[in-house]
Design a protein around this ligand. Structure first.
Ligand SMILES: [Zn+2]
Length: 617
């Protein structure tokens, strides 16, 4: 099928109600069959996922965000666009790869501004279009390696966006309303005098999660129907007040204005993004600035001391989640905290700093500066909550009770340190993250798609000179590029050496097996492991530091040293370890699975002395 046929042109009404404007959607079902015919990454991943349970329907996840080409000094507002990508929830940990997400639409903000109902109307049309594409009773057939699979997709999709985009999609009042959280009925910015005596209402500074009264889909139905009837009765001012009180807006042509669309968009399927809540103009960005300002004002310590500590010599795992010395230096540079009311680094910079922050707070600030107990406890609890959330992204498990404990402790101490009136809606939104994990069984965030947005920003948008036809050209370009990436990404599904290798006669004779090849690292499916990689097994309180990889008799093995934990730390951010056994050899597939600790003692080979103190991420 020609790629040209994979885009649908859809006409939407404009604000003046006199004309239409065209938007372009990927015919996702056809595009998936194109991907399947090329036997690339997406089709193989989809085939595996469908194979796991052929009777199960998959859940489509839609991500969208606004992307501004150009740079901070010269943003290209003419090409500023909303991008939507889609994938399937059941891909689980594979969702962290950009190739698992398919481009669905590109829409210039200027075009969006003239569409009646704005983003909400576009999403309504897009959801209906995709439902038509996928929800065929017989499913979508695609073939990989001569086997035909049937893809069934659920009628209800998941939605992942930052708060601003979610607000625009749903037509909720958000920052302009009294109720900043569309998932709760009784959480307000601040209590008016009349509400102060009513125990039902609470604010974004509330840490007792049992106080929150959740909005249900039935509640939204009642609110929307009420707004629809009152619109006819009230004058503009009164109606505006009613919308502010309810937290919802009546958007003409919008998603929630239509009973059919309302029935398929469930509140529980609209997800708060942990990255935006915590790390991207998030709670940690703001609190870091508050904390270090207070530290500098009341002690001899400041951000430059933290910067020096971050740039010191640490031993860090080279696995996913590890950081290099230059990344730590970059994330801690002083400029990110100057002339600003929040830390200006990226979400990745903040993740790099987390273990260092724990060390700094726990060992340097807390023992010497008791007067900052509230500030230190607040920041410590926040960092621990974020580490738990981002650990869940890798392990696919989350201790929700522990997360709630850290979140409550954080908010309690934050209010004591800085005052309840400094709390923002994000202080409340974080309480929904554990709930979302329990409902959907995985942690979804915007990291991957934000990375993917760079392609539109840097390689697609600047090269399309004409604005007429920009959206269709940009979408086609993204789809074409996706095909190229899709072929390259097949390597994620296989195992193999990275870098140089050499045969080792000595090892072959020690192991008593023929044909041993030695290397420094390899990729096993989506994981890359090799020299310097460290895996920690919390249950057995042991760690495995990889020193080499080897291949023999059709199997990859990791060579490494086993360490046991000798410190009692808050968590495994940084910890002190002693060598227990050296030069173990374990099958690589077992080593990347959880539960490796069971295998350690089985594979002892020969001893080499190593010692290490690790900063673990
Ligand atoms: Zn809420």
């Amino acid at each position: 099928m020609a790629l040209r046929d994979d885009i649908e042109q859809v006409a939407l009404a404009t604000n003046d109600c006199k004309s239409n404007t065209d938007v372009y959607f990927t015919r996702l079902a056809s595009y998936i069959t194109v991907l399947a015919s090329r036997k690339g990454f997406f089709a193989q991943l989809l085939a595996r996922t469908v194979l796991l349970d052929a009777s199960r329907s998959l859940t489509l996840v839609m991500y969208s965000d606004e992307v501004v080409p150009g740079n901070v000094l010269a943003p290209d507002n003419q090409r500023k666009s909303f991008l939507v990508y889609a994938s399937f929830k059941e891909f689980n940990e594979w969702l962290s790869l950009a190739e698992a997400w398919l481009p669905v639409t590109v829409l210039r903000t200027k075009t969006l501004d003239v569409i009646l109902g704005g983003l909400s109307a576009v999403m309504r049309a897009l959801i209906a279009f995709l439902q038509d594409q996928f929800c065929l009773t017989s499913g979508i057939a695609f073939a990989v390696d001569n086997i035909t699979y049937l893809l069934h997709v659920q009628k209800e999709f998941l939605f992942l966006k930052d708060e601003a985009a979610m607000k625009r999609m749903l037509g909720v009042k958000g920052a302009q309303g009294m109720k900043p959280c569309f998932k709760c009925k009784n959480v307000l910015y601040a209590l008016a005098n009349s509400q102060a005596r009513d125990p039902y209402f609470t604010t974004v500074a509330e840490h007792r999660a049992q106080r929150f009264d959740p909005n249900t889909d039935a509640d939204v139905e009642v609110v929307m129907q009420h707004l629809q009837t009152q619109k006819e009765i009230l004058n503009n001012k009164q109606f505006e007040e009613l919308q502010t009180l309810s937290g919802f807006k009546l958007v003409e042509q919008g998603l929630l204005s239509d009973p059919v669309s309302r029935a398929t968009v469930k509140l529980n399927n609209c997800l708060y993004d942990p990255m935006h809540v915590y790390l991207s103009s998030g709670l940690l960005n703001v609190e870091l600035k508050l904390f270090f300002d207070r530290l500098a004002k009341t002690t001899a310590l400041s951000w430059s001391d933290f910067e020096k500590m971050a740039c010191a010599s640490w031993t860090v795992s080279s696995c996913i989640g590890g950081s290099s010395a230059s990344e730590r230096k970059n994330a801690a540079r002083g400029r990110l905290m100057q002339k600003t009311d929040h830390y200006k680094g990226s979400a990745s910079d903040l993740l790099t700093l987390l273990p260092l922050l724990l060390f700094f707070l726990h060992h340097i600030v807390r023992p010497a500066h008791g007067h900052l107990i509230n500030e230190t406890s607040s920041l410590l609890a926040l960092v621990l909550a974020i580490r738990l959330v981002y650990g869940a992204k890798r392990t696919m498990t989350l201790d929700s009770a522990k997360l709630l404990m850290h979140q409550q402790e954080h908010l309690l101490y934050f209010c004591k340190a800085y005052g309840a009136d400094v709390c923002r809606p994000k202080h409340h939104f974080q309480f929904h993250i554990g709930q979302q994990f329990e409902q959907h069984g995985l942690l979804l965030d915007c990291f991957t798609c934000e990375r993917k947005n760079a392609e539109f920003k840097n390689s697609v948008a600047p090269h399309i000179k004409r604005l007429s036809g920009f959206e269709a050209s940009a979408l086609r370009s993204l789809l074409q590029r996706q095909l190229v990436h899709d072929s390259d990404a097949v390597s994620h599904l296989t195992s193999g050496f990275c870098g140089q290798t050499q045969p080792s006669v000595e090892l072959a004779s020690k192991l008593g097996v023929p044909g041993v090849v030695l290397g420094t690292s390899l990729h096993i499916e989506r994981a890359r492991v090799g020299l310097g990689c460290l895996r920690i097994f919390v249950a057995s309180r042991r760690a495995f530091l990889v020193t080499a990889v080897l291949f023999s008799q059709e199997t990859y093995y990791l060579v490494g040293d086993l360490f046991s934990l000798v410190s009692e730390e808050l968590d495994f951010s940084y910890s002190f370890w002693a060598v227990e056994t050296t030069s173990l050899i374990v099958p690589a597939k077992d080593a990347i699975a959880t539960g490796l600790h069971m295998l350690f003692l089985t594979y002892l080979v020969f001893p080499v002395a190593v010692s290490v103190i690790c900063l673990l991420l």
